[in-house]
Design a binder for this molecule. Structure first.
Ligand code: VGL
Ligand code: ZN
Length: 227
C-alpha cells in the first residue's frame, strides 16, 4: 500500500547506474539487477528532485581487463592504488550489453539531472562524488560536481538506490556521508556483485551514519522525509 506523499524540497532521489550493462544479460550483469527497476519507478513518484548517475567509459578505459591484457576480475596496481579488472562495460561507443544506456523501463522527467562518471580514460570512478584517485570529481555539463549541484539545488538529504551496492551505489553513499549529506539507502532498490561485498558495504554505510531501510519501510514512514 502506498499513500500520497511528496518528499520535502531538501530531499532528493539519487539513482546510481541503473544501466543495462549492470543488469542480467549485460557485460557486468548483477544478479537480479533488473528487479530494482519497478522499485525505482514507484519511488520516483514521491520526489520532485531526481538525480541519476551513469557509468560512462571511453574505449580503452583503465578499468577494462582488455585494455591491459589482464584476466577479468584480477586486480592491477595503478597510480591511485588497486584497480579491479572488469569486463568491458558501460561503453560510450556501444549500445549492446557493453553499452552505457539506462534500462529502457526507467521513468525519466525533463527536470531530472544526470551526472556521468568514469569518463576519464585513466581514472575509474565508483562514486559519483569523487573518482577513484579520491581527488578528481565527476562534473555535470555546467561544471558542478555532484555535491555542488545538490547544494545549489537546496538538497541536504539523499535517498540512494542503484547498482551495484558493493561498488558504485555504496561508494556514492559513503562519499555523500563524508560530504555531510544525510543518507538513506533503499535496500531492495539495490543489488550487489557479491553477497560478502554487500554486507561489508552496508556495515560501512551504517558505521558512517547512513540509514539503510526497505522501500516498504519508507512507504510506512513517509514522515521521515515528507514535506
Ligand atoms: C560499477 C564496477 C565497475 C558499478 C561500475 O556501477 O557498480 N562496478 N564499474
Ligand atoms: Zn565502470
Amino acid at each position: 500500500m502506498t499513500t500520497a506523499w511528496t518528499a520535502a524540497d531538501n530531499v532528493a532521489l539519487l539513482n546510481v547506474d541503473p544501466q543495462d550493462t549492470f543488469c542480467p544479460g549485460g557485460a557486468l550483469g548483477v544478479t537480479d539487477g533488473d528487479q530494482i527497476i519497478p522499485v525505482l519507478n514507484s519511488l520516483r513518484e514521491h520526489f520532485n528532485k531526481v538525480y541519476w548517475t551513469q557509468d560512462f567509459h571511453p574505449d580503452g578505459h583503465i578499468s577494462f581487463a582488455s585494455t591491459h591484457g589482464e584476466a577479468e576480475y584480477s586486480e592491477k596496481d595503478v597510480d591511485y592504488g588497486k584497480q579491479m579488472m572488469w569486463p568491458e562495460h558501460a561503453k560510450q561507443s556501444a549500445s549492446d550489453g557493453t553499452g552505457a544506456q539506462f534500462h529502457k523501463d526507467l521513468a525519466f522527467k525533463a527536470s531530472d539531472k544526470i551526472i556521468q562518471k568514469g569518463t576519464n580514460k585513466d581514472i575509474d570512478s565508483y562514486s559519483a562524488f569523487l573518482e577513484n584517485d579520491k581527488k578528481t570529481a565527476p562534473r555535470f555539463d555546467n561544471g558542478n560536481s555532484l555535491a555542488e549541484e545538490l547544494r545549489t539545488d537546496g538538497v541536504d538529504t539523499l535517498v540512494i538506490t542503484g547498482l551495484a551496492l558493493d561498488y558504485c551505489a555504496g561508494d556514492t553513499a559513503l562519499d555523500a556521508l563524508t560530504e555531510k549529506f544525510n543518507v538513506i539507502v533503499i535496500e531492495d532498490a539495490t543489488r550487489s556483485i557479491t553477497p560478502e561485498g554487500r554486507l561489508a558495504k552496508i556495515a560501512q554505510i551504517v558505521d558512517a551514519g547512513g540509514i539503510v531501510m526497505t522501500s516498504a519501510a519508507l512507504q510506512r514512514n513517509p514522515q521521515l522525509i515528507a514535506a
